[in-house]
Write a protein that binds this ligand. Structure first.
Ligand code: SF4
Ligand code: SF4
Length: 181
C-alpha cells in the first residue's frame, strides 16, 4: 500500500525544453564530478504523421514504493523515511554495486573516488529547510517540482506514464502531468 505522505517528482513533460539545467543544478549542489549524473535528461523523437518532434525526459531516483536497491543491498545501507524518500547511508555502503544493477531506472552511480554508491536523496536537507530540491530550482521553465504523489494522481491529467517512462514492479514515484502549464 502506498504511503499517503509519499513525496515524488512531478514533471510537465510537454514543457521541458531539454536544456539540462536540472542536471547541472544537481551536479553543482552535490559537488559531483562531471561524468557522474544523479539526474539525466534523455531525448526521444516522436513521429506524428509527417511531423517529428523532440520530447525530453528528466529522471533521477524515483523513490519507489518497492525499492529494488533497498531490497538487494546486503549492507542495509538503504532506508525509507516518513515521506517515503529512499535514502542511502554511504557510510554503510561497501561498493558491491548490487543496487546499481537492480535499479530499473539506472538511478544509482558508483563514485570512482571512494568506490561507493551514490544516488538522488531529493535534497532532503533543502526540503527539511522548507526549500525545493536543486533540480527543481534549476529548471528555467518550471516543468519540474515535488509534491504529494497520491494527491497529484487524483488529477485527470496526471499519471505514471510518459514518453520514456512507465510504472513498473518497483512502483516509482514520478508523476507526469500531460497538460501544458
Ligand atoms: S529508482 Fe532505483 S535507486 Fe531509486 S528507489 Fe527506485 S530502485 Fe531504488
Ligand atoms: S531544466 Fe527543466 S526544461 Fe531543462 S531539461 Fe531539466 S526539466 Fe527540462
Amino acid at each position: 500500500m502506498q504511503n499517503k505522505h509519499q513525496l515524488g517528482f512531478i514533471f510537465r513533460q510537454e514543457n521541458c525544453v531539454g536544456c539540462s539545467g536540472c542536471t547541472v543544478a544537481c551536479q553543482i549542489h552535490n559537488e559531483l564530478p562531471e561524468n557522474v549524473r544523479l539526474r539525466k535528461v534523455d531525448r526521444y523523437e516522436i513521429t506524428n504523421g509527417k511531423r517529428v518532434k523532440d520530447v525530453w525526459l528528466t529522471h533521477s531516483c524515483m523513490h519507489c514504493d518497492n525499492p529494488a536497491c533497498l531490497i538487494v543491498c546486503p549492507s542495509k545501507a538503504y532506508s525509507t523515511r516518513h515521506d517515503g524518500l529512499v535514502l542511502l547511508d554511504r557510510d554503510l555502503c561497501t561498493g558491491c554495486g548490487l543496487c546499481a544493477q537492480a535499479c530499473p531506472y539506472g538511478a544509482v552511480a558508483i563514485l570512482k573516488g571512494d568506490g561507493k554508491a551514490i544516488k538522488c536523496n531529493m535534497c532532503i536537507e533543502l526540503i527539511d529547510a522548507g526549500k525545493k530540491p536543486a533540480c527543481v530550482d534549476g529548471c528555467p521553465v518550471n516543468c519540474l517540482d515535488i509534491d504529494n504523489i497520491a494527491q497529484v494522481l487524483q488529477r485527470t491529467s496526471a499519471s505514471k506514464e510518459g514518453v520514456g517512462y512507465g510504472d513498473c514492479i518497483t512502483k516509482p514515484n514520478m508523476v507526469i502531468i500531460k497538460e501544458r502549464a
